[in-house]
Design a protein around this ligand. Structure first.
Ligand code: TXA
Ligand code: MG
Length: 322
């Protein structure tokens, strides 16, 4: 069982930007500080995810959630009925939320839940941080429901600590419901039954637009897209373009207004680039508006490691919009 010393040690790891495997009542999560871009990027690296899916932010209780998301009355009702427990709510991010943009994959919403497992909530409280945590398996493998599964699960980065909380009580992932004002939409069925949720809200749950397709929120139309056009694999910026660089970009931005150029990682570090991606895209998009530029030229980004997910996101952002 988990001792206080284990929790204190794991909380220190979280605050230092490390990765901790934590038990929850649904499945084991690979947790990191949801306010730390670099720590969140490390989660994607460890899972070998080919794209940046938004992650669930685990909080200790409703009060903690309210620091990060806007909670309309309908969401409050669900929180009162289901937390702590296997119900995740997707809600608008607060403008002042100190959450990583990477945790939301650039969306204006964030997914929050208070896990129904004492060790998980103790860890969140001790770290005094919301914890981003997808299931603690390598991408494409089955979600772990014991600490032993995690050890066998071949994460690509060794976690800094594993908290063994025994087998997960629920064993399937949380139900995900998006609440938009007084509309509740079921995004993923899971540990909290649809009927119970509908009983609490007194109405049927809405279905997402393409309920017949597998849900990959990274592909939803609501995904953040910059207003400026993106031109990928650009050797340098042309006149009228901002520049998003990678690695050594001296010579690529000659004569350019320095405020219209940013570098994802001068050291060509993929994790640093991932941590900066959504923030820099937003910043450059805003600069394009103020400086009257129409496009962002993006330097070629290698495809190794997190480069695959970075390229996936950039390709989506560059795709023509209807
Ligand atoms: O039970 C669970 O939910 C487990 C434990 C560890 O808490 N976590 C889990 O996380 O299943 P993950 O990353 O495997 O799944 C999170 C799901 C993804 O499908 C993601 O797209 C969706 O939540 N999601 C997160 N934020 C979202 C957002 N802002 N909008 C829509 N979907 C979101
Ligand atoms: Mg998963």
């Amino acid at each position: 069982m988990t001792s206080n010393a284990d929790i204190t040690n794991a909380a220190a790891i979280i605050r230092a930007g490390g990765l901790v495997v934590m038990p929850t009542e649904t499945v084991y999560g690979l947790a990191a500080d949801a306010t730390n871009d670099d720590a969140v990027a490390k989660i994607f690296e460890a899972k070998g995810r080919p794209r940046f899916n938004p992650l669930i932010c685990h909080v200790a209780d409703a009060e903690m959630a309210a620091h990060y998301v806007v909670v309309p009355p309908l969401a409050q009702k669900l929180i009162d009925a289901f937390w702590p427990g296997p119900l995740t709510l997707v809600l608008p991010r607060r403008a002042d939320a100190k959450l990583s943009l990477l945790v939301s994959a650039g969306l204006d919403t964030a997914a929050v839940r208070a896990p129904g497992h004492d060790s998980a909530r103790a860890l969140i409280r001790a770290a005094d941080r919301p914890l981003a945590a997808p299931s603690a398996n390598r991408s494409g493998r089955i979600s772990p429901t014991t600490a032993q599964h995690v050890r066998e699960g071949q994460l690509l980065i060794e976690p800094d600590a594993i908290i063994d909380g025994g087998p997960c009580r629920v064993g399937i992932e949380s139900t995900i419901v998006k609440v938009d004002g007084d509309i509740a939409t079921l995004l993923r069925p899971g540990g909290a039954a649809r009927e119970e949720i509908e009983r609490v809200i007194g109405a049927p749950l809405n279905s997402p637009p393409q309920a017949d397709k597998p849900l990959a929120p990274g592909m939803l139309a609501s995904h953040y897209a910059p207003r400026a056009t993106l031109r990928l694999n650009a050797a340098h910026a042309e006149a009228g373009e901002a520049f998003l660089g990678f690695g050594d970009i001296s010579g690529h931005i000659k004569g350019k207004d320095a405020s219209a150029a940013m570098n994802l990682s001068e050291a060509s570090d993929m994790r640093e680039a991932a941590a900066n991606l959504f923030r820099y895209l937003r910043t450059l998009d805003e600069r394009c508006q103020t400086l009257g530029l129409s496009a962002i030229a993006v330097a070629p980004i290698p495809r190794d490691g997190l480069g695959e997910a970075i390229n996936d996101r950039l390709t989506r952002a560059a795709a023509p919009r209807g």
